[in-house]
Design a protein around this ligand. Structure first.
Ligand SMILES: [Cu+2]
Length: 267
């Protein structure tokens, strides 16, 4: 009966898998890291990718070697050997994936807590209401003394925690800023919270990560034809100036609305 040497092949599979993972990490450039959480998320991604690469290497190597080694010669009509399980091998391929999945779950829980769970407890920082709609986002600045609602642009100060409260007025959207490695669903009838701390001044893409209708691609600022503005992270002083300007504009709009009503009722 033909056999293959399992251990050397498994070791080769591990080596091939590590090479594949390293190549993927080097060649697939991740977006710029622009939040306090992003390096942890990237490390988690590399950790998952490493395990996936190793398992891929082992499985594919065993597959290719088995196909070659146990192939039928021309005119060989005999039946193959009848095998009834190999207990130690079955234990190995159950225990190893179990340990890997548990490790990934622990890693994921530890990293994601910083963005999701801590958002519930956070009290300092900018509180932003994000309303998803077909097809765009509206932002409300909840901790400004007058509530700036329905802002079309998201402008935030650098190095200050932000708590997003996400809702949707129609279908499920998903608010994703790749540079912050932050994504959260905007669901009708429910408020989802997520927190991040932008650490780099700049302009970053916003992507809706759920297919939400015909205008869905318009909600991705990295694509040509996008109909929404990107998020802007600015210095604290620029942020304060922007808020003052928005408040002035809101006050002016309210004033002219009142004037119109007054004129309307007088006439
Ligand atoms: Cu959407």
């Amino acid at each position: 009966m033909k056999t293959i040497k399992v251990l050397p092949l498994a070791i080769m599979g591990v080596v091939v898998g590590i090479v594949i993972s390293v190549l993927l990490v080097i060649t697939r450039t991740l977006p710029v890291q622009a939040s306090a959480e992003s390096s942890d998320i990237d490390n988690l991604y590399i950790f998952f990718l490493g395990f996936s690469g190793i398992i891929f290497g082992i499985v594919v190597l065993f597959l290719l070697v088995s196909v070659y080694r146990f192939r039928a010669r021309p005119n060989d009509e005999r039946e193959g050997d009848n095998l009834h399980g190999i207990t130690w091998l079955e234990v190995v391929w159950t225990v190893i994936p179990f340990v890997i999945v548990v490790l990934c779950a622990i890693g994921g829980l530890m990293v994601l807590r910083s963005g999701d769970v801590e958002a519930q407890a956070r009290t300092s920082g900018q509180q932003i209401h994000v309303l998803g709609y077909q097809f765009g986002w509206k932002y409300g600045y909840l901790n400004q003394d007058i509530n700036l609602k329905d802002q079309q642009t998201l402008v935030l100060p650098v190095n200050e925690p932000v708590i997003f409260e996400l809702e949707s007025q129609d279908v499920i959207h998903s608010f994703w800023v790749p540079a912050w490695r932050m994504q959260m669903n905007a669901t009708p009838g429910q408020v989802n919270k997520v927190s991040t701390t932008p650490t780099k001044i700049g302009t970053y893409d916003i992507v809706c990560a759920y297919l939400c209708g015909v205008g869905h691609t318009g909600m991705n600022t990295s694509l040509p034809g996008s109909i929404i503005p990107k998020v802007r992270v600015v210095s604290k002083s620029d942020f304060d100036a922007w808020i003052t300007q928005q408040k002035a504009e809101a006050a002016k709009a309210a004033e002219s609305a009142t004037a119109q009503t007054t004129t309307g009722s007088a006439g």
